[in-house]
Design a protein around this ligand. Structure first.
Ligand code: PMV
Length: 347
């Protein structure tokens, strides 16, 4: 089948890891399995226009971010195209216009690599499907996740599903190092509508890129123990997610967040990505939990912002606590209310 031109638009969400991915092998293979909640509102919307061209000798694309050309992004896309070309052999046959925007505030410290690479990957996969219309839906989503992984590891968890596992694990049926899979067991109702309120503590550029961070796990003194721990935590979290065991969920989720930062603090060179206000917020959450016994906990990404996680049925109390006690620790009192979502969508 030949296709001259056309366009697709997809949104793809960000995701927040519960068991963290930190450390990788060759070809974007993770050193340990991870699991995340897919977000609903923090997403990237990308339109991919494509037009057949005559000269097939090199990649050809324009890139617009929020309507403006953004040259700093071109090398990332170029590198992504190089990595995926063997899996998408048509890439050099088209000129692409990639037009992308994020629903979350620009440079909020929320990583857009997961949502951005997932949105680009699923758009390209849609062209692949147009050229090969016989493919199944299962193949389409699996390969979209496979491609997204080659853009940014955690992006493979932003394609499909609410709870997504990436990385081989003995107790997760169908799990793979090459793509994300939907959590294979039924998640307890309490987790199906989980809320994630993101407190924007520091909106500055990351001090350490995740590429560098993953590399620092090579030769890290605690690497092997950490990778084993991620397997143990995933087993325990799987059980908690199925049984609705919120206490275990809290213990594992918070410990994973602190472990991620502990790995950065104990690498060479070492980094502290938390800010004083990150710790203020963590302590305030612990005090609030102690006093109210409400099941609210935190997690962190590779930065200073805090994700506050809690079940929907305690939203009123938790939001009251956040707005009255935590916003003073946020830059310009900024926060984003998000919740668990379902993955990428065509628009
Ligand atoms: O997808 P990357 O290479 O940007 O790595 C992201 C790693 C963390 O966000 C820190 C943890 C995770 O599992 O998402």
């Amino acid at each position: 089948q030949t296709v001259q031109n056309g366009s697709f638009t997809f949104s793809a969400p960000s995701n927040i890891a519960l068991v963290k991915y930190w450390g990788k092998k060759e070809n974007q293979v993770p050193a340990n399995p991870s699991v995340s909640f897919t977000l609903n509102d923090c997403k990237t919307v990308t339109t991919l226009n494509f037009e057949k061209k005559n000269n097939n000798s090199e990649f050809s694309f324009d890139f617009l971010f929020e309507g403006q050309p953004k040259d700093s992004f071109r090398p990332k896309i170029e590198k992504f195209f190089e990595r995926v070309e063997v899996y998408l052999p048509f890439l050099k046959e088209y000129h692409f216009s990639i037009n992308t925007q994020n629903t979350f505030p620009h440079s909020s410290g929320i990583a857009s690599s997961a949502s951005g690479m997932a949105a680009l990957a699923i758009n390209l996969m849609s062209l692949e499907r147009l050229l090969n219309p016989e493919m199944t839906d299962a193949y389409f989503y699996q390969k979209a996740s496979f491609l997204a992984r080659l853009g940014s590891g955690s992006a493979c968890r932003s394609i499909k599903g609410s709870v997504v596992v990436w990385g081989e694990h003995a107790e997760i049926e169908g799990s793979s190092d090459l793509f994300g899979v939907e959590f294979p067991a039924t998640v307890h109702n309490v987790f199906k509508t989980y809320q994630d309120t993101i407190l924007l503590v520091d909106k500055g550029e990351k001090q350490v890129s995740s590429t560098l961070g993953h590399d620092l796990m090579h030769g890290h003194p605690y690497a092997e123990r950490r990778f084993a721990q991620a397997h143990e935590n995933l087993s325990a979290l799987k059980k908690a997610l199925v049984e609705g065991d919120v206490d275990t969920f809290i213990k594992i989720t918070e410990s994973e967040a602190l472990t991620l930062h502990a790995m950065m603090m104990t690498s060479q060179p070492y980094f502290i990505l938390m800010k004083p206000n990150t710790l203020q917020i963590i302590n305030a959450i612990w005090k609030f939990r102690q006093e109210t016994q409400l099941p609210v906990c935190f997690t962190l990404d590779a930065g200073a912002n805090v994700h506050v996680l809690y079940p929907e049925n305690v939203s009123a109390e938790v939001l009251q606590f956040i707005t009255s006690e935590l916003l003073g620790y946020c830059q310009n009192s900024q926060y984003i209310c998000d919740k668990i979502g379902t993955g990428a969508q065509p628009l």
